[in-house]
Design a protein around this ligand. Structure first.
Ligand SMILES: [Zn+2]
Length: 216
């Protein structure tokens, strides 16, 4: 199985796809956010550095993220992994390429989850969660609408929206991602590593195409 670099705009379904891949194929899911939290919890020297940087509200440098990533990849050596949230910039992609060379990793694919802005926005803004049992419903998608508006089918508690976004902020986040990811898409395209997956459908459907790509 190929290692995966996920390149996905907000609400493209990356989370669900990752969960399915972990469940079905035993992928190791490497997210930069989790990696930073783990480093802090470990109390290592690097972890303490991360902690103080984040406490000051600053961004953790590429250098540190890359050092952690390298450690992680060595730790799980031999297992297939999904990279989630990295690289986000061209210099990061180049650094990642160096790690891959150093670690002898050549079996990988960059997967772009191609979703329309409109659908992504509907997905993101329409998601409603039960305040009690956590079941997820959706305001706009027929198959996921609650039977009674605003009420959980399972337990009868109130459904609430957890989205921090409104239309305008979602648009901005989405469009920023798209324009920032152009350079890395080109980078992987030039290397013949890029696969574009249509993500304008349920994750269970796009996963079929992803499976083809990783087993190819
Ligand atoms: Zn409920």
């Amino acid at each position: 199985m190929k290692n995966i670099i996920f390149i996905a705009p907000p609400a493209a379904g990356k989370g669900t796809a990752s969960e399915l891949l972990v469940e079905r194929f035993g992928y190791e899911h490497i997210s930069t956010g989790d990696m930073l939290r783990e480093a802090i919890a470990s109390g290592s020297e690097l972890g303490n550095e991360v902690k103080s940087i984040m406490e000051q509200g600053q961004l953790v440098s590429d250098e540190i993220v890359i050092a952690l990533l390298k450690e992680k990849i060595e730790e799980i050596k031999g297992k297939s992994f999904i990279l989630d949230g990295f690289p986000r910039t061209l210099p990061q992609a180049e650094e990642l390429n160096t790690i891959f060379q150093e670690e002898g990793i050549d079996n990988y694919v960059a997967i772009f989850l191609d979703v329309s802005e409109e659908l992504a926005m509907q997905r993101s803004l329409g998601r409603i969660t039960c305040s009690k049992c956590g079941t997820i419903f959706h305001r706009y998608f027929e198959s996921k609408k609650p039977k009674v508006e605003g009420v959980c089918d399972n337990c009868g508690a109130e459904l609430i929206s957890r989205s921090d976004d409104n239309e305008e902020s979602f648009k901005k986040r989405f469009e920023t991602y798209i324009s920032n990811s152009k350079a890395i898409l080109d980078y992987y395209k030039d290397k013949n590593r890029l696969e574009i997956i249509n993500a304008n459908r349920e994750a269970q459907e796009s996963i079929v195409d992803i499976e083809k790509v990783i087993n190819d």
